[in-house]
Design a protein around this ligand. Sequence first.
Ligand code: ADP
Ligand code: MG
Length: 724
Amino acid sequence: MSQSASRTQAILEITNRASTSVEMTEPLGDIWGCDVFSLATMEEALSKNAYKAIKKTVQTGAPLEPATADVVAAAMKDWAIAKGAKFFSHIFYPLTNITAEKHDGFIITNSDGHAITEFTGSLLIKGEPDGSSFPNGSIRATNAARGYTAWDPTSPVYIMHTDNGATLMIPSVFMSWTGDALDKKIPLLRSNDAMNKAGSRVLSLMGETDIAPLNASCGAEQEYFLIDLNFANSRPDLLLAGRTLFGAASAKGQEFDDHYFGAIPARVQNFMQDLEDQLYRLGIPAKTHHNEVAPGQYEIAPYFEAANVAADHQQLMMTLMKATAKKHGFLCLLHEKPFAGINGSGKHVNWSVGNATQGNLLDPGDTPHKNLNFLLFCGAVIRGVHLFGPLLRAVVASAGNDHRLGANEAPPAILSVYLGEQLEQVFQNILDGKTATSETGGEMDLGIDQILNFERDPGDRNRTSPFAFTGNRFEFRAVGSAMSVSGPLIAMNTMLADSLNHIADKLEAELGAGKDESAAVLSVLKVIMEDHSNVIFGGDGYSTGWHTAAVEERGLKNIPNTADALPAFREASVKALFEKTGVLSPLELESRFEVYSEQYVMSIEVEAKLVVDIAKTRLYPAAMQYLSELSMASAGMTDMGIEVDTSIAQSIAAESSAMIDAVNRLSEALPKDGFASIEEHMHYCADELCGLMEEVRGHADTLETEVADEFWPLPKYQEMLFIR
Ligand code: ADP
Ligand code: MG
């Protein structure tokens, strides 16, 4: 049988696939949030007093009395059992980008052999998974295993339905026996708290008297690829590393821009509807979906929510995307760069802060120059990104995202802020000490009677900026598609908290010296602009001119890869930032550096092992088989006195030898150890192993274009990207 039989078989399977249409019988109103133990559900199930207490906890994070917790737990259990759940699980968010859960039955048996169900407040509040096998940096010795999960009442409990039944899921924090955060939720909650305290200080100095708790909001746009499982199953690189480690460019790629916002293929639409149906049941507000730039690439964007809830929902959404894709015969790729030469996937994290009394503090209104609260919060963001650009770069660093950032499809690895023309002018005026005014966008008049005129936005969009103001929020565009949004949100909230505290100190001094509010604000912001306006950039972030100017003239850092980015976690200024805001202790911060560094090294090593394996056991044999066929043909021809061209055979022989030579060098390089530091090990991976992998790939991809199609064992780009 030829090597490519599985490819041919895959195409056959896809062609003959029965369509999986999704029954959409239930109206949105009936299914929305039906699997969520929401405040509305609690109001029905609980006494007035118990409901009042839990509502206060949910909305403000106030502590819950143990007696109330018992009442809530009992109501929760009854609700879950009525929905078919036999198990409950604390779900938590360890330092990997995925979630963890440990399921326990509601069942206990009593002395006369009957089974009853039990779920107390203490079971709801605290769980105890064995914590030893989760990455924790050096927070815990290998033998120190005790870890606790604790219910986060501010993120709703829900029922997860799978083919194996229903489970009550309880969003939780995860800490060690010593009380150190082993997860991403604890620092996210602490960072929100720090931002709330600092923001309230500023607002109260600005004369606000009624100040509700401030909360960060997040709306994350998620890009992803769908590849038919029949192809994916023949690609160990896609299955184990999430990206293709080999693959010659297809004759047609994305150059026609004919996929972006194009008609969604029927099969993909079925997947999307099925997914969104499940998301609605879980109260996840999926709002937008469309084709993305690359063939086979799509986007889903839920409506924004409180950052803590949005982060949990984002994780749940990624889990459901993968599971639902399988049901529809797809592999859902969340990797940042599954295909070389084709756009990768990001996750744009839209972020704002606000409260119930002052509203969204990043909303400039029509006259931003008069909106002092807005100017202060926006100025705080500008200062934060300038001071902590390398930290923001570090929280989006991963082996996968290294392929995307700075590659003319995603923002550069230089952190700058885009404000848009109107705001840039407002802040420039503040810097120049000019009377501030705000330009408006004016009216959009196309001169066509049927099209109504509308007000143009005061600024254009800039898709080349890593950190762009988009009207009433900032959009952090450098986040990788596979990442948890928590890391970026923690960094943004914390830098904002620090800047708001700084601003509060300065305002206090200015107001104390007798200045009125607006004079005080303008003078604080003028100094911020003098120190930090270098980070504001409205031009083309992809251009080489910017790469040079950013570093040489503006003093910004261009940090191309993870090995160079992660050490930002160890910078004294970053340690001080997290310590003084109370978001991460030095030990907790260091553990993150260690875990993320190890993850980087392991990702590269897995890829390198796959490259060796696939090249040796699949590609080289295919090339040799074809070569032997060619040489037999050639010998036969020569016997008949016919002269044949041997250039292809010679090229295949040369490329195969060169590939195996690079494979051997990669094999030898892989086991090296004894590095003086994890930084050195990361650099070894980035500089040595990645280089050798590229070398192997270069030869292999040439072979793919020379070896007869029927011999090639790996599904090709054109098949994976265009057949569905
Ligand atoms: P685009 O692709 O044009 O940037 P989308 O509509 O796809 O916009 O996504 C924008 C995301 O930003 C959505 O998740 C949206 O809910 C979110 N968003 C809108 N306003 C805010 C806000 N004030 N704070 C945080 N996120 C927001
Ligand atoms: Mg966007």
